[in-house]
Design a protein around this ligand. Structure first.
Ligand SMILES: Nc1nc2c(ncn2[C@@H]2O[C@H](COP(=O)(O)OP(=O)(O)OP(=O)(O)O)[C@@H](O)[C@H]2O)c(=O)[nH]1
Ligand SMILES: [Mg+2]
Length: 308
């Protein structure tokens, strides 16, 4: 049966909410659209399909006057929320308090209405050049601790995102949507098992929109991780092409990254659904991957069938 999910994306004005949704829509060519964004007037709706679920994203403009409206008419706006994504601009410490107050107003409403809403809080604008910045990491840590202390009755996931790191944006949504189905845990276990069989570095399953359905990484050094993300990013572009050119001749593609990593992308058609599997492994281990891949595909198909 098809579900319709209501996902609210909220936070102060200028936090980056609309940018996140725009980046998701246009994963492949989004930078110029984001530069031209204007502040959101009240609420904008974005629709997105994810497996069985149709999701409506409510992008709640964060300017003062709109926040007042939402808070005064909370039941209109927040009623029947399935997931709240709350965006905090990590580059704007002067407004942390303000942002926590707004979050508190929303969570107080959920508590009073006895609504058990899962929550993802993202520390946004965590741009690649800020990775490892001690001040920012300290801020993130403090915010996280404060939020956890105050709202122990909520199920909260934390995430760091930047529109300059498209994978982080894709992950944000995939974490959010995976809280709705137990099958995702099974899938994650399957990937965990096979990453050992393959002796590989990364294993990801995407849907046709490039949303990560599940992913697993082995313990890897930071330098390898950066290369890995680059190769996955290439896969995102490629799977777009594979989807558009339904006549695309091959069901898989291989590339090598600086002769050390081997990167494999496979397309899987299941009924009218389309999935992509991305695997990255050491060049020297590629046989383990290629030999065991068909068996993995079979197991994966069993689980995916129940998700569509
Ligand atoms: N450096 C950086 N800037 C970002 C990022 N995401 C968004 N921005 C910028 O932040 C500004 C505000 O982005 P919006 O997406 O319009 O913010 P919003 O939360 O939708 O704001 P309202 O609609 O007013 O509530 C824009 O200038 C974006 O280009 C990011 O990850 N890193
Ligand atoms: Mg906006």
């Amino acid at each position: 049966m098809e579900n319709l999910l209501k996902i609210i994306i909220s936070g102060l004005d200028n936090a980056g909410k609309t940018s996140i949704l725009t980046a998701l829509d246009k994963k492949y060519d989004f930078q110029k659209d984001i530069v031209q964004l204007k502040p959101t007037i009240r609420v904008e709706y974005h629709k997105m399909n994810f497996l069985k679920n149709n999701s409506i994203f409510w992008d709640m403009g964060g300017q003062d006057q709109y926040r007042d409206i939402y808070i005064n008419y909370q039941d209109v706006y927040f009623d029947a929320t399935d997931l709240l994504i709350y965006v905090i601009d990590i580059q704007d410490p002067e407004r942390f308090e303000n942002s926590l107050e707004y979050l508190d107003a929303i969570l107080t409403f959920f508590t009073e209405s006895k609504m058990d809403v899962p929550l993802i809080i993202t520390f946004h604008k965590y741009d690649p050049d800020l990775r490892g910045n001690e001040e920012i990491l300290k801020d993130i840590d403090e915010l996280r601790t404060r939020i956890l202390d105050n709202y122990s009755n909520f199920k909260i996931l934390f995430q760091q995102t930047s529109i300059y790191d498209i994978i982080s944006i894709v992950q944000l949504v995939s974490y959010g949507l995976s809280v709705f189905d137990e099958k995702f845990f099974e899938l994650s276990e399957l990937l965990e098992n096979y990453i050992e069989v393959f002796k590989s570095q990364a294993l990801l399953v995407f849907d046709r929109n490039g949303i990560i359905i599940s992913e697993y990484y082995s313990d890897i050094e930071p330098e390898v991780y950066v290369e890995l993300l680059e190769s996955i990013k290439e896969h995102l572009f490629l799977l777009k092409r594979m989807e558009e050119e339904s006549t695309y001749e091959y069901d898989h593609d291989i590339s090598s990254i600086e002769h050390t990593l081997f990167s494999y992308l496979h397309r899987l058609n299941l009924g009218s659904e389309l999935f992509f599997i991305s695997a990255v492994t050491k060049e020297s281990q590629k046989d383990d991957l290629l030999i065991n891949f068909p068996e993995f595909l079979e197991d994966l198909t069993q689980i995916l069938k129940e998700l569509i």
